[in-house]
Design a protein around this ligand. Sequence first.
Ligand code: DGP
Length: 132
Amino acid sequence: MSDQDHLTTQPSSPASSHDPQCIFCRIARGDFGTVFLHQDQDVVAFADLHPQAPVHVLVIPRRHVASLADTAPADNALLGRLLAAVRSVAAQLGVAATGYRTVLNTGSDGGQSVHHLHAHLLAGRSLGWPPG
Ligand code: DGP
């Protein structure tokens, strides 16, 4: 088996992966009693602590994955579930028709500050482009 074969068959982290130093791992575990706008077997969604728009929700995998760049092909289904949860939360919050932005900041140039994969769902105002 080549290195590439390994990547195609193994997810980036085991389903039970949890980093006790990671704030988002702890939120996903319910350590702080965070209100989840969506939760299923794989992902949870909750309000961003520093909202940048009237609607600002974070959708994260329950298991620890540091960033999009750290995912493997075997994580593609998880990435699909992450986006499906964004779609579901947008509909639930009534912004699907008016529109929203989904952002995955990745790495230092991408502006990622929390190193646990997360999608931002931003809505409720007209969002400028290009981003800063
Ligand atoms: P990013 O820059 O893409 O890594 O975004 C991280 C986001 O996470 C940022 O918008 C603020 C938010 N955030 C950081 N710590 C917490 C927290 O403890 N609770 C919540 N709800 N959001 C947090």
